[in-house]
Design a protein around this ligand. Structure first.
Ligand SMILES: *Cc1c(COP(=O)(O)O)cnc(C)c1O
Length: 217
Protein backbone atom coordinates (compact mmCIF):
# COMPACT_ATOMS: atom_id res chain seq x y z
CA UNK A 1 0.00 0.00 0.00
CA UNK A 2 1.09 3.52 -0.66
CA UNK A 3 2.67 5.44 -3.49
CA UNK A 4 6.12 3.84 -3.53
CA UNK A 5 4.63 0.35 -3.44
CA UNK A 6 2.41 1.15 -6.42
CA UNK A 7 5.37 2.64 -8.29
CA UNK A 8 7.36 -0.56 -7.69
CA UNK A 9 4.49 -2.72 -8.88
CA UNK A 10 4.07 -0.55 -11.97
CA UNK A 11 7.75 -0.92 -12.82
CA UNK A 12 7.58 -4.66 -12.39
CA UNK A 13 4.48 -4.90 -14.58
CA UNK A 14 6.16 -2.75 -17.24
CA UNK A 15 9.30 -4.91 -17.15
CA UNK A 16 7.22 -8.07 -17.56
CA UNK A 17 5.35 -6.53 -20.47
CA UNK A 18 8.53 -5.17 -22.07
CA UNK A 19 7.24 -1.63 -21.72
CA UNK A 20 8.93 1.62 -20.78
CA UNK A 21 7.55 2.80 -17.40
CA UNK A 22 7.59 6.35 -18.78
CA UNK A 23 4.71 5.27 -21.03
CA UNK A 24 2.33 4.73 -18.13
CA UNK A 25 0.91 7.65 -16.17
CA UNK A 26 -0.23 6.98 -12.64
CA UNK A 27 -3.37 8.94 -11.81
CA UNK A 28 -3.75 9.00 -8.04
CA UNK A 29 -7.51 8.98 -7.48
CA UNK A 30 -8.06 11.30 -4.55
CA UNK A 31 -11.88 11.44 -4.53
CA UNK A 32 -13.41 11.42 -1.04
CA UNK A 33 -9.96 11.19 0.56
CA UNK A 34 -9.21 13.56 3.44
CA UNK A 35 -6.98 16.48 2.44
CA UNK A 36 -4.14 15.44 4.72
CA UNK A 37 -3.77 12.16 2.82
CA UNK A 38 -3.77 14.02 -0.50
CA UNK A 39 -1.23 16.48 0.81
CA UNK A 40 1.03 13.66 1.98
CA UNK A 41 1.10 12.25 -1.56
CA UNK A 42 1.81 15.72 -2.98
CA UNK A 43 4.67 16.06 -0.48
CA UNK A 44 6.09 12.80 -1.81
CA UNK A 45 6.34 14.50 -5.18
CA UNK A 46 3.37 13.01 -6.99
CA UNK A 47 1.59 15.45 -9.31
CA UNK A 48 -1.14 13.67 -11.27
CA UNK A 49 -4.50 13.19 -9.58
CA UNK A 50 -8.00 12.03 -10.45
CA UNK A 51 -11.37 13.19 -9.19
CA UNK A 52 -14.81 11.95 -10.14
CA UNK A 53 -16.90 14.98 -9.19
CA UNK A 54 -16.55 18.54 -10.45
CA UNK A 55 -17.82 20.09 -7.22
CA UNK A 56 -15.50 18.15 -4.99
CA UNK A 57 -12.50 18.94 -7.19
CA UNK A 58 -13.40 22.63 -7.22
CA UNK A 59 -13.29 22.59 -3.43
CA UNK A 60 -9.73 21.37 -3.09
CA UNK A 61 -7.61 21.60 -6.24
CA UNK A 62 -7.33 25.35 -6.85
CA UNK A 63 -5.73 25.62 -3.42
CA UNK A 64 -3.39 22.65 -3.89
CA UNK A 65 -2.44 23.91 -7.37
CA UNK A 66 -1.51 27.26 -5.87
CA UNK A 67 0.74 25.55 -3.32
CA UNK A 68 2.36 22.84 -5.44
CA UNK A 69 3.88 23.33 -8.90
CA UNK A 70 3.07 21.17 -11.86
CA UNK A 71 -0.09 19.52 -10.58
CA UNK A 72 -2.52 18.09 -13.09
CA UNK A 73 -6.00 16.90 -12.24
CA UNK A 74 -8.02 14.49 -14.36
CA UNK A 75 -11.81 14.18 -14.28
CA UNK A 76 -12.63 10.47 -14.29
CA UNK A 77 -16.31 10.61 -13.35
CA UNK A 78 -19.45 11.52 -15.33
CA UNK A 79 -19.81 15.09 -16.56
CA UNK A 80 -23.12 16.92 -17.01
CA UNK A 81 -23.16 19.36 -19.92
CA UNK A 82 -24.10 22.25 -17.62
CA UNK A 83 -20.86 21.69 -15.67
CA UNK A 84 -18.72 21.51 -18.80
CA UNK A 85 -17.40 25.06 -18.49
CA UNK A 86 -16.34 24.61 -14.90
CA UNK A 87 -14.78 21.26 -15.78
CA UNK A 88 -12.78 22.76 -18.62
CA UNK A 89 -11.41 25.41 -16.33
CA UNK A 90 -10.53 22.98 -13.54
CA UNK A 91 -9.21 19.87 -15.23
CA UNK A 92 -6.21 19.06 -17.37
CA UNK A 93 -7.88 15.99 -18.82
CA UNK A 94 -11.43 14.62 -19.01
CA UNK A 95 -11.82 10.83 -19.25
CA UNK A 96 -15.60 10.66 -19.43
CA UNK A 97 -16.65 12.08 -22.80
CA UNK A 98 -19.54 9.80 -23.67
CA UNK A 99 -22.28 11.50 -25.70
CA UNK A 100 -22.81 13.94 -28.56
CA UNK A 101 -24.45 16.62 -26.44
CA UNK A 102 -21.43 16.76 -24.14
CA UNK A 103 -18.99 16.67 -27.06
CA UNK A 104 -20.81 19.60 -28.66
CA UNK A 105 -20.75 21.59 -25.42
CA UNK A 106 -17.02 20.94 -25.02
CA UNK A 107 -16.37 21.96 -28.64
CA UNK A 108 -18.22 25.27 -28.21
CA UNK A 109 -16.28 26.02 -25.03
CA UNK A 110 -12.97 25.02 -26.61
CA UNK A 111 -13.64 27.59 -29.34
CA UNK A 112 -14.54 30.24 -26.83
CA UNK A 113 -11.69 29.58 -24.38
CA UNK A 114 -9.09 28.82 -27.03
CA UNK A 115 -8.01 25.68 -25.19
CA UNK A 116 -9.26 22.28 -24.23
CA UNK A 117 -8.16 19.60 -21.76
CA UNK A 118 -6.97 16.26 -23.17
CA UNK A 119 -10.05 14.17 -23.81
CA UNK A 120 -10.73 10.46 -23.45
CA UNK A 121 -13.88 8.82 -24.72
CA UNK A 122 -15.45 6.48 -22.21
CA UNK A 123 -16.56 3.15 -23.66
CA UNK A 124 -19.10 1.00 -21.82
CA UNK A 125 -17.28 -2.21 -22.70
CA UNK A 126 -19.56 -4.33 -20.51
CA UNK A 127 -22.71 -2.78 -22.04
CA UNK A 128 -24.08 -2.21 -18.53
CA UNK A 129 -27.34 -0.27 -18.36
CA UNK A 130 -26.31 1.72 -15.27
CA UNK A 131 -22.86 2.63 -16.54
CA UNK A 132 -21.80 5.65 -18.58
CA UNK A 133 -19.94 5.38 -21.85
CA UNK A 134 -20.68 4.78 -25.51
CA UNK A 135 -21.44 1.22 -26.52
CA UNK A 136 -18.58 -0.57 -28.30
CA UNK A 137 -20.65 -0.65 -31.51
CA UNK A 138 -21.05 3.14 -31.41
CA UNK A 139 -17.46 3.96 -30.49
CA UNK A 140 -16.00 4.41 -34.00
CA UNK A 141 -18.80 6.76 -34.99
CA UNK A 142 -18.46 8.78 -31.82
CA UNK A 143 -14.69 9.10 -32.17
CA UNK A 144 -15.24 10.42 -35.72
CA UNK A 145 -17.88 12.83 -34.46
CA UNK A 146 -15.53 14.22 -31.80
CA UNK A 147 -12.75 14.60 -34.33
CA UNK A 148 -15.06 16.42 -36.69
CA UNK A 149 -15.68 18.86 -33.83
CA UNK A 150 -11.89 19.38 -33.60
CA UNK A 151 -11.78 17.99 -30.07
CA UNK A 152 -8.37 16.78 -28.83
CA UNK A 153 -9.25 13.10 -28.39
CA UNK A 154 -6.23 11.36 -26.86
CA UNK A 155 -7.67 7.96 -26.17
CA UNK A 156 -10.34 5.74 -24.66
CA UNK A 157 -11.33 4.91 -21.11
CA UNK A 158 -13.25 2.00 -19.59
CA UNK A 159 -14.43 0.70 -16.23
CA UNK A 160 -14.97 -3.07 -16.55
CA UNK A 161 -17.97 -4.70 -14.84
CA UNK A 162 -17.01 -5.72 -11.30
CA UNK A 163 -17.99 -9.34 -11.74
CA UNK A 164 -16.15 -9.97 -15.00
CA UNK A 165 -12.54 -10.66 -15.96
CA UNK A 166 -11.12 -7.18 -16.56
CA UNK A 167 -8.56 -8.33 -19.14
CA UNK A 168 -11.30 -9.08 -21.69
CA UNK A 169 -12.50 -5.49 -21.38
CA UNK A 170 -9.00 -4.05 -21.52
CA UNK A 171 -8.31 -6.04 -24.69
CA UNK A 172 -11.55 -4.85 -26.27
CA UNK A 173 -10.77 -1.22 -25.42
CA UNK A 174 -7.33 -1.58 -26.92
CA UNK A 175 -8.75 -3.06 -30.11
CA UNK A 176 -11.19 -0.17 -30.51
CA UNK A 177 -8.39 2.34 -29.86
CA UNK A 178 -6.06 0.71 -32.36
CA UNK A 179 -8.55 0.67 -35.19
CA UNK A 180 -9.26 4.37 -34.55
CA UNK A 181 -5.61 5.37 -34.40
CA UNK A 182 -5.80 6.40 -30.74
CA UNK A 183 -2.76 5.87 -28.52
CA UNK A 184 -4.23 6.65 -25.08
CA UNK A 185 -5.73 3.88 -22.95
CA UNK A 186 -7.14 4.89 -19.57
CA UNK A 187 -7.74 1.56 -17.85
CA UNK A 188 -6.82 -0.28 -14.67
CA UNK A 189 -7.60 0.53 -11.03
CA UNK A 190 -6.26 -0.67 -7.64
CA UNK A 191 -7.31 -4.27 -8.20
CA UNK A 192 -6.25 -4.76 -11.80
CA UNK A 193 -3.72 -2.16 -12.94
CA UNK A 194 -0.99 -4.74 -13.59
CA UNK A 195 -3.20 -6.55 -16.08
CA UNK A 196 -4.10 -3.22 -17.64
CA UNK A 197 -0.41 -2.40 -18.07
CA UNK A 198 0.21 -5.76 -19.71
CA UNK A 199 -2.58 -4.93 -22.17
CA UNK A 200 -1.26 -1.48 -23.03
CA UNK A 201 -2.69 1.00 -20.50
CA UNK A 202 -1.15 4.45 -20.79
CA UNK A 203 -3.09 5.88 -17.82
CA UNK A 204 -3.94 3.84 -14.77
CA UNK A 205 -6.38 5.21 -12.17
CA UNK A 206 -5.42 4.04 -8.69
CA UNK A 207 -7.18 5.26 -5.56
CA UNK A 208 -7.51 3.05 -2.52
CA UNK A 209 -4.20 1.23 -3.05
CA UNK A 210 -2.40 4.58 -2.70
CA UNK A 211 -4.51 6.44 -0.15
CA UNK A 212 -6.16 3.63 1.78
CA UNK A 213 -9.83 2.75 1.76
CA UNK A 214 -12.20 5.62 1.02
CA UNK A 215 -14.11 6.62 4.11
CA UNK A 216 -17.78 6.37 3.12
CA UNK A 217 -19.43 9.68 3.57
C1 LIG B 1 -12.78 5.56 -7.85
C2 LIG B 1 -12.32 5.30 -9.23
C3 LIG B 1 -11.08 4.70 -9.48
C4 LIG B 1 -10.13 4.24 -8.40
O1 LIG B 1 -10.63 3.08 -7.79
P1 LIG B 1 -9.72 2.25 -6.76
O2 LIG B 1 -10.32 0.91 -6.79
O3 LIG B 1 -9.82 2.93 -5.45
O4 LIG B 1 -8.34 2.24 -7.29
C5 LIG B 1 -10.70 4.54 -10.80
N1 LIG B 1 -11.49 4.92 -11.83
C6 LIG B 1 -12.69 5.50 -11.61
C7 LIG B 1 -13.51 5.91 -12.79
C8 LIG B 1 -13.16 5.69 -10.32
O5 LIG B 1 -14.36 6.27 -10.13
Amino acid sequence: MGLSDIRNRMEKACAEAGRDPAGVDLIAVSKVQPNDRVEAVLEQGHRVFGENRVQEAAGKWPDFKARFDGVSVHLIGPLQSNKARQAMELFDAIHSVDRPKLAQALARLAQELGQCPDLFIQVNTGEEAQKAGVLPADADGFVAECRALDLPVKGLMCIPPVEETPSLHFALLRKIAERNGLSGLSMGMSGDFEEAISLGATHIRVGSAIFGERVPG
